[in-house]
Design a binder for this molecule. Structure first.
Ligand SMILES: *Cc1c(COP(=O)(O)O)cnc(C)c1O
Length: 247
């Protein structure tokens, strides 16, 4: 595997850090490839979104140097700082965290994708604030599949109305659904939650929407998500290591 670097030219600890990123990225790519093979899906059917929240710009640069292009962030100011430090790289930024109304302009101006839309008001602001010289913001509606009132995401019963409203907004292109099911260790339970998301996507498609995105699956459950049709997996820990800040 030629990554363009001769490790002999680097300081030993720099080389070791780089090797660790290469090893973790290849490990995640292998897990994705195996799950796709098990599902009988095409090898290119899943995009890896590297979730870089709490990790610094140097870590993102390291992973970008291994060939990773798409990065997901949860906190607006933290993301803007990293984007500025990395503006020499051709990266694609996805916003995946809870959206406060007063942060919509910064999101509309600085991201390609938003996965976490669960309110019409936020969608309207993002659309109105999307700069005209940029393509429409690519968006997913976040679906609450675990039914926990404290969690983000729209209830399945409210999904058709929100999708109808979003599809009228010129600054947004609705691509599909995102979900963060409650953590479970039993693969059957993981798959049941992801299956609900896929079923909800299929019912929107049956309403006439052209949707192609299921953003689901993280470090601990990406196999189950891929078996249920995920097209984007959002992976943090398995790429960057453990986060030491509390969320
Ligand atoms: C942090 C986060 C992830 C990544 O989680 P890991 O378990 O570290 O892979 C994915 N999606 C969202 C919305 C997150 O907040």
């Amino acid at each position: 595997m030629d990554n363009g670097l001769k490790t002999g030219e680097l300081e030993p600890d720099v080389a070791a850090a780089h090797e660790a990123f290469v090893r973790r990225l290849h490990g995640v790519q292998a897990r994705i490839a195996q799950a796709l093979a098990d599902a009988g899906r095409e090898a290119t059917a899943v995009q890896l979104l590297a979730v870089s929240k709490t990790f610094n710009a140097a870590a993102v640069r390291e992973l970008a140097g291994c060939g990773q292009r798409a990065f997901g962030e949860n906190y607006v100011q933290e993301a803007l700082d990293k984007q500025q430090a990395l503006c020499d790289l051709p990266l694609e930024w996805h916003f995946i965290g809870p959206i406060q109304s007063n942060k919509t302009r910064a999101i509309a101006e600085n991201f390609s994708w938003v996965h976490s839309i669960d309110r019409q008001k936020v969608a309207e602001r993002l659309s109105a604030q999307r700069p005209a010289h940029l393509p429409p913001l690519q968006v997913c509606i976040e679906l609450n599949v675990s039914g926990e009132a404290t969690k983000g995401g729209v209830a399945i019963a409210e999904l058709p109305a929100l999708a109808d409203a979003l599809s009228m907004l010129p600054g947004l292109q609705l691509r599909g659904l995102m979900a963060i099911p409650a953590p479970a260790t039993d693969p059957a339970i993981q798959r049941a939650a992801f299956r609900q998301v896929r079923t909800a996507l299929e019912s929107l498609i049956a309403r006439g929407y052209a949707l192609d995105t299921l953003s689901m699956g993280m470090s601990a459950d990406l196999e189950a998500a891929i078996l249920e049709g995920a097209t984007i997996v959002r992976v943090g820990t398995a790429l960057f290591g453990e986060r030491n800040t509390h969320e």
